[in-house]
Design a protein around this ligand. Structure first.
Ligand code: FAD
Length: 352
């Protein structure tokens, strides 16, 4: 079998983060390639629920180089984002091979060997941009395995139909929890459970404000909470839910039982279904052979660069890889820095 071509850079992941990194590498002389396990562009946006909308308007949700075209309504739909990412990739003609799923990454003298379902790839530098959608997370409450009702993570939620007429617990106080509660509460007896009181943005502000306010705090070095990217944007569906008085949240149950939950005061309540809107973990399991993963499945980084593994960068995993890096408007800052470091790394004779 002939040895695979050794590339200068491979980017694993062709979602918004991979594309932003490719955009910042496109003018370099480096031979780079993106590998993505999905048959079409769009990254995680291919899997969001049907009514999912951005929480910022198109002009505040763009990747570098090309503004997202104005959309019919103020907040772009999931399909608008998929169309944008598809056209963005075509516009710049990025070299994306899909579907290619990376199973493992090993270190070799020249850099890295990637084992995939389409054979082996080799590269001198590696950028991971695999997001987190494929790693839904839900907390392990006592009795989790005892509960006989339906359990579904927001990553798999599509529409409220299957919850019609049921007693449903929506767990999670972020934008997902609020938007799914708003929908499900129209067809089911829904209770909203959050760790602390949910924080809502004022009606007239949206993701742009969050991003600007969080950027100012970031630039002033003030990382205190408050006005964070986790605040709930009052998109129309959430405003409508507020008018029905359903945006009241309760604090967590103490345990799950076969047909429901036990609340802190000891009361038992029958529940038919739980929707876990409790976030995700980074999709980085393929890095296991490098021995760089922390117990939380992350990698220790300086900016986006692995502290322990030369030639490895991570883009788009949220604040631990760069402020607002898990957003369309925020990812370019870290993608641009990553591209600069990769170029320097590959051009320095005694790279380490
Ligand atoms: P992804 O979009 O997940 O793309 C990663 C790609 O890598 C995928 O195509 C995946 O298939 C591929 N991949 C993964 N593992 C492998 C592998 N082993 N081999 C090959 N390919 C692999 N952001 C905003 O900017 N504005 C918003 O309004 C907004 N709203 C959101 C609402 C919700 C409910 C959620 C959950 C997120 C929201 N986000 C929003 C965040 C945004 O959707 C994600 O941060 C974004 O999708 C991350 O992009 P990414 O390219 O890093 O990862």
């Amino acid at each position: 079998m002939n040895e695979p071509v050794i590339r200068d850079v491979i980017i694993i992941g062709g979602g918004q983060s991979g594309l932003a990194t490719a955009y910042n590498l496109r003018r370099s002389s480096l031979d780079f390639l993106l590998l993505d396990e999905q048959a079409q562009p769009g990254g995680a946006w291919l899997h969001g629920w049907k009514s999912l909308r951005l929480f910022s308007p198109a002009d505040a949700s763009s990747l570098p180089g090309w503004l997202m075209p104005r959309t019919h309504e103020l907040y772009p739909t999931r399909q608008d984002v998929i169309d944008y990412l598809t056209h963005y990739e075509q516009r710049y003609g990025f070299p994306v091979q899909r579907p290619v799923r990376v199973a493992s990454v090993e270190q070799i003298d020249a850099g890295f060997r990637l084992k995939t379902d389409r054979g082996e790839y080799q590269t001198r530098a590696l950028v991971c941009a695999t997001g987190s959608w494929s790693q839904p997370y839900s907390p392990d409450y006592p009795g989790r395995k005892t509960f006989q009702g339906l359990q579904q993570h927001s990553a798999f939620y599509a529409t409220p139909d299957e919850f019609r007429g049921k007693r449903v617990l929506v767990v999670g106080g972020g934008n997902s929890g609020a938007q799914i509660l708003a929908e499900v509460s129209k067809v089911a007896d829904a209770t909203w459970m959050t760790l602390q009181e949910p924080t809502f943005l004022p009606d007239e502000v949206d993701g742009r404000f969050l991003f600007q306010a969080a950027t100012q705090r970031f630039q002033s070095g003030n990382t205190a909470q408050g006005g964070g990217l986790a605040d709930i944007v009052m998109v129309d569906s959430v405003k409508e839910a507020r008018s029905r008085g359903v945006l009241q949240a309760v604090r967590p149950f103490t345990a799950l039982i076969q047909n429901g939950v036990v609340w802190p005061d000891g009361r038992q309540e029958s529940i038919d279904a739980i929707i876990w809107c409790t976030g995700f973990r980074p999709a980085l399991g393929f890095l296991e052979p490098l021995g760089v993963l922390t117990p939380e499945g992350r990698v220790q980084v300086q900016g986006t660069r692995s502290v322990r593994q030369p030639g490895l960068w991570l883009v788009g995993y949220g604040n631990w890889t760069g402020f607002a890096s898990a957003t369309l408007i925020g990812v370019n800052r870290s993608a641009r820095q990553t591209a600069r470091e990769v170029i320097d790394y590959l051009q320095s004779p005694n790279r380490s």
